[in-house]
Design a protein around this ligand. Structure first.
Ligand SMILES: [Zn+2]
Length: 222
């Protein structure tokens, strides 16, 4: 279908108003709509100066009326400015984000996050010399009904740091908190009973793991 002709015929089909009149009316309607729908007091770039005129703080332009400011916000210069600003803010956000949660943003960007949970890590060694780690993650404001999840990720699976086969990652996730990851040695984990324990109680998720390789065996061939 030729869209251009279809739109054109619809436009010309009126026949009652002159084209100039129609255009003026349409412009006025749009201006009114814009005024109704956009609260200038919430526009961070809109500023009324001491001369009683208006300024766009983004583009540093001067406007005599609110209407002309509004028209300006629809113009290419302002739109491009907004786009540039959004990109800058996105970059800043990415830089501030902790390494571990960067990967998550693609999947969870639409959900509201309330930040990283508090956590504690304790290291230990059992009587046989096996190294042990205990992670305690605090989720006091977890979404009701949600149980925190964990999973291991290889250094090749993650896309945040350069892969280092000496390490693997242990991730903890619970809405609405950001996912956190811990970089741990890439040694086999002891999955025997009582050697890998998780519990979820009083807003705290605890995970204790033992490495299968004993500390005293380090340095020997495998
Ligand atoms: Zn502007």
């Amino acid at each position: 279908m030729d869209m251009q002709n279809r739109v054109g015929s619809k436009f010309g089909g009126g026949g009652v108003m002159s084209e100039g009149q129609a255009a003026r009316d349409r412009k006025e309607r749009l201006r009114q709509l814009a005024l109704e729908h956009c609260d200038l007091s919430k526009d961070p770039y809109f500023m009324r100066n001491h001369l009683g005129t208006y300024e766009c703080k983004l583009c540093l332009t001067l406007h005599t009326t609110e209407g002309s400011y509004l028209a300006h916000t629809q113009a290419k210069k302002h739109q491009m400015g907004l786009l540039r600003r959004a990109k800058e803010e996105e970059l800043l956000k990415q830089r501030e984000m902790p390494v571990a949660t960067k990967k998550q943003t693609g999947v969870m960007a639409k959900k509201v996050k309330i930040g990283r949970p508090g956590y504690g890590v304790t290291k230990g060694v059992d009587s046989n010399g096996a190294k042990c780690l205990t992670f305690s993650i605090s989720y006091p404001e977890i979404t009701p009904g949600i149980v925190p999840r964990y999973r291991f990720m290889s250094s090749y699976e993650q896309r945040v740091e350069a892969p280092d086969p000496k390490y693997q990652y242990l991730l903890f996730a619970a809405e609405p908190y950001e996912t956190v990851a811990f970089k741990i040695p890439n040694e086999p984990i002891d999955k025997d009973e009582g050697r890998f324990v998780t519990n979820w109680r009083d807003g705290k998720f605890n995970l204790t793991l033992f490495f299968a390789k004993k500390a005293e065996e380090e340095g020997k061939g495998e």
